[in-house]
Design a protein around this ligand. Structure first.
Ligand code: NAD
Length: 306
């Protein structure tokens, strides 16, 4: 059977880009994979590695390097570059990449101005970078990835704490993919029943888990790449379901649950209690300030859509 998706572009051939590309090669539902990176050497090396995989598996996916300007025809692009910088932050770790990553994301958004496919932004701080990419490119289907992984980590933590199977846990984390993420405890259900959420344990694990992964294997890759594939499948209409992604929701860019039906998203925000609503407002304000103060990190050309 002919793969349903013609082409997908992956921009950034690091830990996330490599894992996303490997998963896409294995999944076999796109015909062509286009790879761009910060250096021709890394893009070419990833393509060579993927070609080996393609031959060994007799996979049908073709892979080649391409400049982002050659990705306009792709059904989707995955935006996962990272600038070279040393992150010394001990709190708000993702936000620390703002100044370094913003010019790269802004330049890519200019390159892909008017893009009509689906863009999945991964680069941190993801909620800010998603908005930056969307506003400069003018692209209408831009989704940021983060709350979905937070939600997965929340469910795993709760299941472990309560000694229940993770399938029994239904609950979400929304807002910022960062220190001000909002745990939707009041709507969380375990086996269909409300539950006392151990906030301190959940918050500690949401912050410690990525650090442990980074410490042990260099960078988080499998979880985020899996989330990229889930987002692509939903946004490209290959599967229906709910996934937490960063979008422009009433003028605020934040992670929220979206129900995808045949590729069309509908917001399905859980009911929030007063404290959760306040925390979401705080996260919105923090993200807005982070966005509004990006300008000093961008040249005039990078900042302004043409
Ligand atoms: N949102 C999430 O849930 C999530 C999860 C994991 C990682 N991330 C973020 O994703 C980004 C990538 O992470 P990583 O671990 O793959 O980083 P990495 O350092 O392993 O790789 C970064 C890649 O970006 C490339 N690059 C640099 N400048 C580029 C440019 N101008 N154009 C194209 N490519 C360029 C580099 O050559 C490198 O291949 C980081 O910002 C990271 O914090 C987000």
């Amino acid at each position: 059977m002919r793969p349903p998706v013609p082409a997908i572009g992956v921009i950034g051939a690091g830990a996330v880009g490599q894992t996303v590309s490997t998963l896409l090669m294995g999944a076999g539902w796109c015909r062509e994979l286009l790879i761009a990176s910060g250096s021709p050497t890394s893009a070419e090396a990833l393509v060579a590695d993927l070609e080996d995989m393609q031959q060994v598996l007799d996979a049908s996916v073709l892979v080649r390097t391409a400049h982002p300007s050659q990705m306009g025809h792709c059904a989707a692009v995955v935006v996962c570059p990272r600038a070279k910088f040393t992150n010394t932050a001990t709190a708000d770790v993702r936000m620390a990449g703002r100044a370094a990553n913003a010019p790269i994301v802004a330049r890519l958004a200019h390159t892909l101005a008017g893009y009509t496919g689906t863009a999945i932004v991964v680069t941190n701080p993801v909620d800010v970078m998603t908005r930056l990419f969307a506003e400069i490119s003018g692209s209408r289907q831009v989704y940021g990835l983060g709350s979905n992984t937070d939600t997965a980590r929340y469910r795993l933590t709760l299941a472990h704490h309560l000694r229940v199977p993770v399938d029994a846990v239904d609950g979400q984390v929304i807002g910022e993919h960062g220190d001000d993420a909002v745990v939707c405890a009041s709507s969380t259900r375990v086996g269909g029943l409300p539950v006392a959420v151990p906030f301190a344990e959940v918050r500690a694990e949401l912050s410690a888990r990525p650090r442990r992964i980074n410490h042990g294997v260099g960078r988080a890759r499998a979880g985020p790449a899996g989330a990229v594939l889930a987002a692509l499948r939903a946004a490209l209409g290959l599967t229906d379901g709910v996934i937490e992604l960063c979008v422009n929701h009433d003028g605020r860019w934040r992670g929220i649950p979206l129900r995808f039906t045949a590729g069309q998203p509908t917001v399905c925000l859980p009911a929030l209690d007063h404290g959760e609503a306040q925390r979401l407002l705080n996260a919105d304000n923090k993200l807005r300030t982070a966005y509004d103060t990006l300008t000093p990190h961008l040249t005039e050309q990078e900042a302004n859509p043409e």
